[in-house]
Write a protein that binds this ligand. Structure first.
Ligand code: ZN
Length: 364
């Protein structure tokens, strides 16, 4: 008779350092236990052999950590087509688990204060032409799997009882332009939205982690939310940016899965928050383009492309983005020129102008 495992039982095995792959192939699992297996990328019955605690030479065995991976891979060309098949797919255990992840991320963006009222929306691509999405007019903190809808890449709703969000078109614009974008999270976190409203992107060369894990933040000019114009503008930017400030609106981030897209949102708002506070205590001190180059090279090694090394001279790497043009020094101030400002120095005029803009907004 096959053994039955609950989530709690599996968690105990994990805590004991047990390899979940060594569980019997015919074992049965509760739905939450299956979720835990997926989280750990475990497939019972696939362990080749029980590894010894130490090698023959006596060296302790090194456990290789398994990173959680929620990326959804579908079979190209195999989307369900008939109403019956779409319905079966929409309520399959795999898709139900993804809907639950969307609800969990909704709870997290609401708990962090990234969304107010019915603001924000989340999508997960589940086929060539199928995308799960949150419905309109709902608090993202209190969704259940029954609230989630499914649309095609033109935004037509194909499943779900609640009407889909109108802003799904912006998410679809990203997915059409960037196939690696399998999930998008849109929210209005206060600090990043303040930058979007002020029309500035945070300067580069300030904090290493966002440079590595977020890359350069994009900036989309204002378009009415949910319109084809907004989708086209944001979609174009998605090829170079995983986090995009939408002018006078908010932020949209994409990732390989919903957790990844959400992390980009956290990174973006934390970065903008840190810069805002820094402005109040003397302004930022940049670490210089040579150091940013090293960080971008780390990004490359981690498999995250970055257009900046291909398109910019090293001296331009610490300049602010295109839409901060009013805060940038003239092109002639490029530090590549002879007698240039040593890297590590910050342009006082840039700092002052950004500080003034943010303080104006805060005092308004
Ligand atoms: Zn919005």
């Amino acid at each position: 008779m096959s053994q039955f495992y609950t989530e709690k039982a599996l968690q105990q095995l994990i805590n004991q350092g047990k390899d979940l792959n060594s569980l019997p192939a015919n074992a049965k699992f509760s739905p939450m236990a299956r979720d835990l297996l997926r989280k750990h990328n475990a497939k019972p019955g696939t362990a080749t052999s029980e590894a010894p605690a130490s090698t023959p030479s006596g060296t302790p065995r090194i456990h290789v950590p398994v990173l959680p991976n929620y990326e959804y891979d579908w079979t190209p060309g195999a989307d369900p087509k008939s109403a019956k098949d779409i319905e079966a797919f929409f309520y399959s255990p795999e898709i139900q688990a993804l809907k639950q992840r969307i609800c969990d991320i909704g709870e997290r963006i609401w708990s962090k204060g990234y969304v107010d009222g019915n603001g924000g929306n989340i999508t997960v691509r589940v086929g060539d032409n199928l995308v799960l999405c949150t419905p309109t007019l709902i608090s993202k903190g209190f969704m259940t799997v029954d609230d989630i809808c499914m649309v095609d890449l033109d935004g037509n709703q194909v499943a779900g009882t609640r009407p889909r969000t109108s802003e799904v078109n912006t998410h679809l614009g990203i997915m059409k332009h960037e196939p690696k974008a399998k999930s998008c999270v849109h929210a209005h976190p206060i600090y990043a939205t303040a930058f979007a409203v002020a029309g500035v992107t945070p300067p580069a060369c300030l904090i290493p982690e966002p440079e590595v894990f977020l890359g350069e933040i994009g900036f989309a000019s204002y378009q009415t939310p949910g319109t084809p114009e907004n989708a086209a503008e944001v979609g174009q930017l998605a090829k170079k940016h995983q986090s995009i400030l939408m002018q006078n609106h908010g932020v949209i981030c994409w990732g390989k899965d919903v957790e990844d897209a959400y992390w980009k949102m956290e990174n973006t708002d934390a970065f903008c928050h840190a810069v805002t506070v820094t402005m109040q205590i003397g302004g930022p001190k940049q670490y210089g383009p040579d150091k940013l180059k090293e960080l971008i090279e780390i990004r490359h090694k981690l498999g995250m492309p970055d257009h900046r090394l291909d398109e910019l001279q090293e001296c331009q790497l610490c300049d602010a983005g295109e839409y901060t043009v009013q805060t940038q020094p003239p092109a002639s101030a490029c530090s590549c020129e002879l007698g240039a400002t040593p890297s590590g120095d910050v342009d006082e005029a840039v700092v002052q102008q950004i500080t003034d803009m943010i303080m104006d907004k805060l005092n308004a």
